[in-house]
Design a protein around this ligand. Structure first.
Ligand code: SF4
Ligand code: SF4
Length: 462
């Protein structure tokens, strides 16, 4: 007798096949991207789906699922399953919301106080690092990396060409400029309107800042993923950041002694990042020069020499949202961003802030809070400080710890957004954007389960 397939049977088989297809796709692509954890998980789910499909077909052929009870079970399983999957895509109400302001820049109050760049925390540590590399002629010194190449600072601004190019189409100009900037190796670029509150009152040397440009071109590049974790397999020594002097020497082609070999692909990846750290200023300087040659004023801002606040400008320019750890979370490079800015009067088209669902995800994640050795990152909701809604990281606690433990990067290293720009992580980012509390919880737990931050201690349990 022929097997009779009813609507629920076909529906069930279709669902299982779709999931199996997706899992096969992700396992193949993860294999090509060498993301082994994702590859294993998707392969496992694929095999389970195939097993389920084969079992279902065998049972069906043997007519074991024809009884009314069995058919009812299949029907209700499929209804519950469909509702559950659909629910994972539906936004749930926000929690931890402390008012009308949104994360970072939306709905800012106008009376934001200006900040003095010379009083920023961490200056003492950087001075100490500067002294520690005195006389060192390695091309990429730790000081270079932390501070940018000194030679660029004198070229941040300059004479504007008297011949002004007339701009007819701001949109086309903006698109063309962005394309050119990306060709410099910049991962993400956006335009923000430069509001006066984002200009420092004083620069890093304590001099009053005078800057009235209309726009800020914000350029972001992700730090090499391997550097964004204290457990990265590099020959560490005590030095600022994750870059030891030995590695700096290696990247400069100098001889040095080490027990750990650095594979070429990793060295290339790190070198690119270091060049932006060290030469990100150069990129901004070059761009500012180019704009001045078009007849419009432009000034480069980078590292400690920035006269503008990078975080709010990066948010306004659509480069990401602020996470609980206080870092800009970008859709491509997560919290590992380093930014440079050019302010100008060139008539550009500003971008709008992006909504990646970071706030909702952070509310259930708390990994940075748990792994911070001094518990400087809050577990609870946001507060409104100086007109900006944010999580209040205890910067005094953080810097007190950092000044003695210069490599502390737990809050970046543990962050589930701290992944390479791979298909499976983009899929997780897509789901996080749905802003569903259960989806977010499952993703955070999966991140734990797969041991992405198992090298870090959970200080909340101590
Ligand atoms: S840098 Fe270290 S001490 Fe500071 S907030 Fe991050 S984890 Fe905590
Ligand atoms: S670790 Fe979690 S809570 Fe902290 S910034 Fe990253 S996503 Fe947000």
């Amino acid at each position: 007798m022929r097997t009779r397939w009813n609507l629920w049977d076909i529906y069930g088989v279709a669902w299982i096949s779709v999931i199996a297809g997706f899992m096969l796709y992700y396992s193949t692509i993860s294999l090509s991207e060498k993301e082994l954890r994702a590859m294993l998980v998707s392969l496992l789910i694929f095999l389970i789906m195939i097993l389920l499909l084969v079992t279902f077909i065998i049972f069906k052929r043997k007519r074991r699922l024809e009884r009314a009870g069995a058919r009812r079970i299949i029907k209700w399983c499929m209804i519950i399953y469909t509702c559950f999957i659909a629910f994972l895509f539906i936004p749930t109400p926000p929690y931890g919301d402390s008012g009308s302001c949104k994360m970072g820049t939306y709905g800012l109050k106008s009376e934001i106080e200006k900040t003095d760049a010379s009083s920023q925390q961490g200056s003492e540590s950087l001075i100490r690092v500067k002294e520690s590399v005195k006389g060192n002629n390695v091309e990429y010194t730790v000081y270079d990396i932390c501070m940018g190449k000194l030679k660029n600072t004198v070229k941040r601004d300059g004479k504007v060409s008297p011949i002004k190019i007339e701009i007819i189409d701001s949109r086309a100009l903006t698109e063309q400029l962005k394309e050119e900037i990306r060709s410099f190796g910049i991962d993400d670029v956006g335009i923000a309107e430069l509001k006066p509150e984002y200009v420092y009152s004083k620069d890093v040397n304590g001099r009053a800042v005078s800057l009235s440009h209309r726009y800020a071109i914000v350029m972001g590049k992700g730090v090499a993923h391997r550097l964004a974790g204290p457990a990265a397999p590099l020959p560490y020594q005590d030095s600022y950041s994750s870059l030891p002097e030995e590695l700096a020497a290696y990247l400069s082609g100098l001889e040095f002694k080490t027990n750990s070999a650095i594979p070429d692909d990793i060295a290339k990846d790190i070198k690119e990042t270091m060049e932006f750290f060290s030469e990100g200023g150069a990129t901004a300087v070059q761009l500012a020069e180019h704009i001045r040659a078009m007849g419009y004023p432009a000034r480069a801002h980078f590292n400690r020499w920035s006269e503008v606040q990078l975080v709010p400008l990066a948010i306004l320019a659509g480069l990401g949202e602020v996470g609980k750890n206080g870092m800009i979370i970008n859709s491509k490079f997560g919290p590992r961003g380093t930014f440079a800015v050019v302010t100008t009067d060139l008539p550009l088209l500003p971008d709008t802030p992006v909504d990646l669902g970071v706030k909702e995800f952070c509310a259930v994640c708390n990994k940075c809070s748990r792994t911070c050795p001094v518990q400087a990152i809050p577990y609870g909701g946001t507060i409104i400080k100086n007109g900006v809604e944010k999580w209040a990281v205890d910067s005094d606690k953080c810097w007190a710890h950092l000044s003695k433990n210069l490599k502390c990067m737990s809050c970046i290293s543990s962050c589930p957004y701290n992944k390479q720009d791979y298909a499976v992580h983009r899929a997780a980012g897509f789901m996080i954007k749905r802003k569903n509390v259960v989806t977010n919880y499952l993703i955070a737990k999966l991140d734990d389960f797969l041991g992405y931050s198992s090298h870090l201690k959970d200080y909340s349990k101590l």
